[in-house]
Design a protein around this ligand. Structure first.
Ligand code: ZN
Length: 344
């Protein structure tokens, strides 16, 4: 009895300390960036290049209104064990051996798909995964951090358990979802993907899973060709995949409408405990790869919709993970627009 009452005092004390530390006025956004990700060399003419991250990280560091809201945690390379939350051991071996075969300043294609690799690609990709893992930890652990933005490359949403493709080696956002489940016991995770391309890898990984809801809004027709509204999941995952196709030329209004008319309603039933965002900026009107007409204002509006959703169901917990986006200044401005929305 005495032990019980000591325990309950301890629990009450812990709860009151934790509510004293959490101060809504002092809320922080964790930005996950590490220059080791720049070492993934794709050659000078490839759109997925280091400048994507350097332009964005510089813009964020110089954004005066944001500085006081941001924290920049240290990032560790992800271990084999972390990568195997999603990927097969054979695939890890394949990546390691094909990357190790590269000489300095040499590039080649990964044998599983259209991904340029070079000497440091495995290390850089592991740092990208380490960044999203740190993002999850910051949100789950740090009382004042409810949101985070992982500024990472290579992107991840086209990579499945045993196949890299579409510039992606490891599926950053999928690993973050599995890590949040395994490390923190979360039961229901939502992944929202607004990259111009469908995230075939992420869909594939969670297709028969009812604990991770995958929502994608993307241009159709376009690479990789998957993501029709008829693809809704299988087995116990039936109904936990939701795809919205937009025709070329669609803009902010169509994007916001997809979220409001499809996603918000589905989440009233699913009630996610944590929201992950595959944040691709190749739907921007100035992007060289996509044919959609999103603007900075549209991305900010998306952040507001997702923020309301996260506050309603997930105690605001939201981690943005960068995917595509190949017009550097526009990608940077779009990220700033999102960060400003998160800082409100
Ligand atoms: Zn993309």
């Amino acid at each position: 009895m005495k032990i019980l009452s000591i325990l309950s005092v301890a629990v009450i004390t812990m709860v009151s300390i934790s509510s004293a530390i959490a101060d809504p006025k002092n809320k922080k956004i964790a930005v996950l960036f590490d220059s080791r990700m720049l070492a993934h060399d794709t050659g000078i003419n490839h759109p997925e290049k280091p400048e994507r991250l350097t332009t964005a990280s510089t813009a964020i560091r110089n954004a005066k209104g944001l500085i006081k809201h941001l924290v920049w945690p240290t990032i560790k390379e992800a271990s084999d064990e972390t990568l195997q939350l999603v990927h097969t051991e054979d695939y890890l071996r394949l990546v390691a051996s094909e990357v190790e075969a590269q000489e300095k300043d040499q590039t080649a294609y990964l044998s599983t798909g259209d991904v340029v690799i070079s000497k440091d690609s495995d290390m850089a990709s592991r740092v990208a995964v380490g960044a999203v893992i740190e993002g999850v930890d910051q949100i789950m652990f740090n009382n004042n951090t409810f949101t985070a933005f992982a500024l990472v490359r290579p992107p991840g949403h086209h990579a499945s358990a045993d196949r890299g493709m579409g510039f992606c080696i490891y599926n950053n956002v999928a690993i973050a979802a599995r890590y949040a489940q395994q490390r923190y016991g979360l039961q229901r995770i939502l992944i929202v993907d607004f990259d111009v391309h469908h995230g075939n890898g992420t869909q594939d990984i969670f297709y028969d899973d009812n604990s991770v809801f995958y929502f994608s809004v993307h241009q159709h027709p376009l690479y990789p060709g998957t993501g029709s509204p008829q693809e809704t999941g299988s087995g116990k995952g039936k109904g936990f995949t939701l795809n919205v196709e937009l025709p070329k030329g669609s803009g902010d209004a169509e994007l916001i409408n997809a979220l409001n008319s499809k996603l918000v309603k589905a989440m009233d039933e699913f009630r996610p405990e944590f929201i992950l965002v595959s944040a691709g900026f190749d739907g921007h009107q100035a992007d060289p790869l996509g044919g959609l007409h999103y603007t900075e204002k549209g991305y900010q509006e998306v952040a507001k919709v997702l923020s309301d959703l996260a506050k309603k169901h997930a105690d605001a917990k939201t981690l943005y993970v960068m995917e595509g986006g190949y017009s550097h200044d526009n990608t940077s401005q779009s990220i700033l627009a999102i960060l400003h929305a998160l800082a409100k």
